[in-house]
Each structure stands twice: as structure tokens, then as C-alpha cells.
Design a protein around this ligand. Structure first.
Ligand code: TRP
Length: 455
């Protein structure tokens, strides 16, 4: 039996856990990244491959990660060490937990900078800047933000401060309270935006683009991109899911929760696509414009449509809300580790991690301006962080989760943790986790290695 330490907090219900976990999953990944990656990856084919990865690889890894967290009842490094000990395995497995704490911190440092852009765009819609942009000036407006490190650093600071504020209050009064209000708000905003876009934009063209696969667009690169995106979007492999798992009451079914979380995350990504692409098509904008899609491209549509400034305001508010319910899950692993292992008070731990993430995040801020020419293997500081977390740490974390649960843990322990489902369902999860996931993830690594050496 896994021990339950008395000072380890727990979510108060299955529902608040689901909200928090969906909150972690739904973020910039769904609304900023997914649409532009789908746009660059040719639409439908990317979406289809992505869906396959979410359910065949993402959900099983999520089940494994939640199971480790709940059985280990601690912050990721200690949770994994506890379990390894219990299962008679090497303590070296705890590297999985360490990678998580470190990786989630790295993601937080740059995630906050991009979330800062969304804050800047809320501000821009309020003061009316976005009401005047045109196809010619929108790039300059976005470029102006990227060129000003002071401005980016200020928003980055504000975003980290909001994250610290929530995390400092703890699991039930911080994380739970926040998601209880923010998640319904997010859902309502999203529905309004989708309804508007479908009515006012080119709904048919957007649907065809997203749902009609053109397999000639599938390259190995697009496939890897889709897997990376599935991991990022589900917050996998970096301890965020694991720490929420450790706060999960014993009575909640892990496999069912994971399926719900995976489905909700996917629905939001597709809805985000349906909020964005009808407008992109209606105003003849470029679907493949990349990371600038929602900051550079979409405002052109907002400026032209009736009521566009309200629509723009709602859109960037939605994005900020989604980002904050994600960033808290990136800060939590390290904060809980400091608190449980080093007896640092939660408030102090949150402020300390916040300061560190802010300072480290300045590297990302500078990547867009004063350090734009500082490159390692042809990548800026930000590109390097993005690559290391998305293409190395997350898939590696996923691989280790799959190997740990599928091979290092005793079958009986895994079955006990996942006892809520039938033998048939369990057999499928176990097969995916122990055989399919490791093979798929190793293939991805071979490819990433190939990309590394061939540029
Ligand atoms: N899933 C979030 C998104 O889609 C990002 C995220 C939240 C994340 N927590 C994480 C990514 C932990 C990696 C690790 O925006």
C-alpha cells in the first residue's frame, strides 16, 4: 500500500480535480500552438495524426503518470523514489521526477513570456491599437512588442506574479478556487467566440481545412510535431500531471479521468481552430503564418469586423485565462518539492520559484531582441528551450513513465491503482503503455536525433 502522508493536500472532489487537470491541459498549447501547427502541417492530416497520438499514446501515458503520482503521494522526485523503493527497483528511477521538476520550470519560464504577449494584446485591444491594424501594419505592431524587451519583461513579470499568487495559497484554496471560476469562464468565452466565427466567417472552408485530411502534406516532421504537440497539450512527461495525481483522492478512477481530460483538451483545441480559421479564411489571411498566427494575423480580422475590438478583447482574455490555469501546474511540482523536502513555507517557495522563473525567462525575452543573434546550433535561447523541453524532456519523460509503469512496477500494483476499470479495458491500457508507447517514443527519438544531425 502506498502511504498517505498527513500533510500532503488532496483535491476536495473528483470534479475539482478534473477542472484542475483540464485547466492544466488547456492552455496556450490549444489556442496558440495547435491552430498554427495545424495550419503549417496542412490541416486535416495533422489533426488526424494528432488525435491518434492523444488517445493511443497521450492518454495511456497520462494514466501512468497519474498512477505514479497517486501511489507515490509526494512531489515528483520523492513520489518516484518512494515507488521505486516499494517495487524493489533502483532509486535512479527518481531521475524521472527530477526531470519533471526541472522541465516544468523551464517550460514555465518561457510560457510566461508568451502569456505576457496575450496580456499585452488585451491591453492593446482596450486602448484601441488593434482596432486600427491592417495587413501592412499588424506585423509591425507585433514586431514592436517583440523588439521591446522592457515591455515583454514587464508583462512576463505580471504573469509570473499572478501564478505565484495562486500557488502560494495552496492546493484547495489556491488551485481549486482559481479553476472553479476560471474554467467555466473559459468555456463560455470559447463558445461565444466559436459561435461568432462560424456565423461571421467562412465556416465551411474552416471545417474542410481542419477535418478533410490531405495525406500528401504528411512528412515525418509533421508526425513528430504532432506527437510533441500531443504531449505539450496534455502537459505530459514533466511532473505536472504527476503532482496533480498525488492530490487525487483514492476513490477517483484514473483511467476514466484521463479519458475525460484527453477528450476535453482535444475538444478545446478543435474549438479554438473553429474560432480562428473561419476568420482567417474570411479575411484571406495566411493559415501557415506560424507562431504569429494569433498575434499578427488574427488582429487583422478583428480590425475589419464589426465589434472586432470586443471580440479581440474576449479572445485574448480567454487565452490569458487558459494560460494561467496551465502555468500553475508548471510551478506546482517545484514548489511542492521545496515545501515537502526542504520544509520551505509554501508562500516563500512560490515566491522563490517565481523569481527564478522570471529571471530565467528573461533569456526568452531577450531572444526576440537584444540576444536575437546569440545562437546555439542555429537556435536562439528560446528556440533551444522549446526544443529541449518539447522534443527531448517531454517524450523522454513519457518514455520513462511508460517503462516504469509497464515494466518496473509489479503488475499487481498497477492493477490495484487502476482497479476501477474492467479487465478488458485495463489490458488495453497496459498493452498501450508497456509496448506501444515505448516503441513509438523511441522512434520519435531516432527521428529527433536525425533532425539534430541533419539540421
Ligand atoms: N498543456 C498546457 C498547454 O497546452 C501546457 C502545460 C501545462 C504544460 N502544464 C505543463 C506543458 C507541464 C508541459 C508540462 O498550454
Amino acid at each position: 500500500m502506498a502511504r498517505v502522508s498527513s500533510d500532503h493536500e488532496h483535491f476536495s472532489s473528483r470534479w475539482t480535480f478534473i477542472l484542475a487537470a483540464v485547466g492544466s491541459a488547456v492552455g496556450l498549447g490549444n489556442i496558440w500552438k495547435f491552430p498554427y501547427e495545424a495550419g503549417q502541417g496542412g490541416g486535416g492530416a495533422f489533426v488526424l495524426v494528432y488525435l491518434g497520438f492523444v488517445f493511443l499514446i497521450g492518454v495511456p501515458v497520462m494514466i501512468g503518470e497519474l498512477a505514479i503520482g497517486r501511489r507515490g503521494q509526494s512531489s515528483p522526485p520523492i513520489a518516484v523514489a518512494n515507488l521505486a523503493f516499494e517495487e524493489g527497483r533502483s532509486v535512479f528511477w527518481s531521475i524521472l521526477g527530477w526531470m519533471g521538476v526541472l522541465g516544468a520550470f523551464l517550460v514555465l519560464s518561457f510560457y510566461s513570456v508568451i502569456a505576457g504577449w496575450t496580456l499585452d494584446y488585451i491591453f492593446k485591444t482596450v486602448i484601441g491599437v488593434t482596432g486600427q491594424v491592417t495587413a501592412e501594419t499588424s506585423g509591425e505592431v507585433f514586431g514592436g512588442l517583440l523588439a521591446s524587451w522592457e515591455r515583454m519583461a514587464a508583462w512576463h513579470f505580471l504573469f509570473i506574479a499572478m501564478t505565484v499568487f495562486i500557488i502560494a495559497r495552496g492546493v484547495t484554496s489556491g488551485i481549486e478556487q482559481a479553476v472553479t471560476y476560471l474554467m467555466p469562464a473559459l468555456f463560455v468565452l470559447l463558445i461565444i467566440l466559436v459561435a461568432y466565427a462560424l456565423v461571421a466567417g467562412e465556416a465551411r472552408q474552416a471545417m474542410l481545412f481542419l477535418f478533410q485530411p490531405d495525406f500528401s502534406k504528411l512528412t515525418p516532421n509533421v508526425v513528430i510535431q504532432a506527437l510533441g504537440q500531443a504531449f505539450f497539450s496534455l502537459s505530459l512527461g514533466l511532473g505536472a500531471v504527476m503532482i496533480y495525481g498525488s492530490y487525487l483522492p483514492k476513490s477517483v478512477s484514473i483511467p476514466r479521468s484521463a479519458v475525460i481530460i484527453g477528450a476535453a483538451d482535444t475538444v478545446v483545441a478543435l474549438l479554438a481552430g473553429l474560432a480562428i480559421f473561419p476568420l482567417v479564411f474570411a479575411y484571406n489571411l495566411d493559415v501557415g503564418s506560424g507562431p504569429g498566427l494569433i498575434f499578427e494575423t488574427l488582429p487583422i480580422a478583428f480590425a475589419q469586423m464589426p465589434g472586432g475590438s470586443i471580440f479581440g478583447f474576449l479572445f485574448f482574455t480567454l487565452l490569458t485565462v487558459a494560460a494561467i490555469t496551465s502555468s500553475i501546474s508548471m510551478m506546482e511540482p517545484m514548489v511542492s518539492y521545496l515545501q515537502e523536502r526542504h520544509y520551505v513555507k509554501r508562500v516563500k517557495a512560490a515566491i522563490g520559484v517565481g523569481i527564478a522563473a522570471f529571471v530565467f525567462g528573461l533569456g526568452t525575452v531577450f531572444s526576440f531582441n537584444i540576444w536575437a543573434d546569440v545562437k546555439l546550433f542555429d537556435r536562439t535561447f528560446f528556440d533551444t528551450l522549446d526544443f529541449v523541453t518539447n522534443n527531448l524532456l517531454m517524450p523522454l519523460g513519457g518514455l520513462l513513465v511508460a517503462l516504469f509503469v509497464g515494466w518496473a512496477m509489479r503488475f499487481a500494483s498497477v492493477r490495484e491503482e487502476l482497479s476501477s476499470v474492467s479487465d478488458g479495458f485495463f489490458a488495453r491500457i497496459y498493452g498501450l503503455l508497456s509496448v506501444v508507447c515505448p516503441i513509438a517514443l523511441v522512434l520519435v527519438f531516432l527521428n529527433v536525433a536525425g533532425l539534430l544531425s541533419f539540421g
